[in-house]
Design a protein around this ligand. Structure first.
Ligand code: LIP
Length: 291
């Protein structure tokens, strides 16, 4: 997880329900506005213009344009808040709140025209990275399907305005499991070893390509489990609250909280069971495959 500035430690509990609702409204408006921009701009501007951690970690002009649009809305309405965005990095604030932005989560899907990408906008109290943060409000918006997940701390989470029922807990052998992979050969070899260990033990695997949509899929009952290693704060901030507000457990390995080391999202009990199965993968597995 990239180092991020420490927020002023604002206590989410100090926010009133009305303030949380206003933050959730802004998150949704910003996500929808950016979503329309990237959807409409894909034909002309949806090609790769730069790469980051590897040749397959791609950026388009629409990633940067969408983040600029969101930042302009936040500057107009919440200038006192900090911002941490995938493309624009960190800007400071004085409120103790930090907006955590992924203008296009699932950029590879966006470039290839696969309708499984999302704009993820969240605001968190405290340090802007898990497990120390406290997401307060968030929105995950898929511009292609129009599906919009929203969440506000203490007020539940919704899909297109309908309350989410919360996760089921099937036996591990009947669990549909989502995951994702990093952008370097070494990391992917290690992740392949985890897949090889899990696949015989679960119903099936899915690799959707957007952490934000994966977390919302667990919250909506479309996946039973989602796990991934090496996620950034902006990949997960909004989906984290959508999931946690409808009873999804978010855990790491060995009883730790979910973090960049590992995030496992599932019904309570099942999340811990999957985390234990992942922890059981022999260390160094997959290393030979990446050499
Ligand atoms: C993506 C994540 C996904 C991960 C991809 C990529 P991006 O974020 O949402 O879960 O598996 O490798 O990191 O880069 O499209 O914003």
């Amino acid at each position: 997880m990239s180092p991020a500035p420490t927020g002023a430690g604002s206590d989410a509990a100090a926010l009133t329900a009305a303030e949380v609702a206003a933050l959730a409204d802004l998150a949704e408006r910003a996500a929808r506005a950016a979503g329309e921009l990237v959807r409409a701009g894909r034909a002309e501007h949806g090609t790769v213009t730069a790469t980051k951690s590897s040749r397959t970690d791609v950026v388009t002009d629409m990633d940067t344009a969408a983040e600029r649009l969101i930042r302009s809305m936040l500057e107009a309405e919440r200038p006192q808040d900090a911002v941490l965005g995938e493309e624009g990095g960190a800007t400071g604030g004085t409120s103790g709140l930090t907006w955590v932005l992924d203008p296009i989560d699932g950029t590879v899907n966006y470039v290839y025209g696969i309708p499984a990408y999302a704009v993820s906008v969240a605001v968190v109290a405290g340090p802007p990275s898990p497990p120390a943060w406290q997401p307060v409000a968030g929105c995950v918006h898929n511009p292609e399907t129009g599906e919009t997940w929203t969440a506000a701390l203490g007020a539940g989470s919704r899909l297109n305005g309908e309350a989410l029922p919360g996760p089921q807990r099937p036996p591990l052998a009947e669990a549909l499991v989502g995951t994702g992979f990093g952008y370097t050969a070494q990391r992917r070899a290690e992740q392949a070893a985890v897949v090889a260990h899990l696949l015989p033990r679960v119903r099936d695997l899915r690799r959707i390509g957007s952490a934000a949509l994966d977390l919302c899929a667990v919250a909506s009952g479309r996946l039973d489990v989602y796990y991934e290693r090496g996620l950034n704060p902006w990949d997960v901030a909004a989906g984290w609250l959508v999931a946690s507000e409808c009873g999804v457990a978010l855990v790491g390995l060995d009883g730790a909280g979910a973090s960049s080391e590992m995030l496992v999202a599932a019904a309570p009990g099942l999340a811990e069971e999957v985390a234990a199965a992942i922890a059981g993968v022999p260390s160094g597995a997959g290393a030979a495959a990446s050499s």
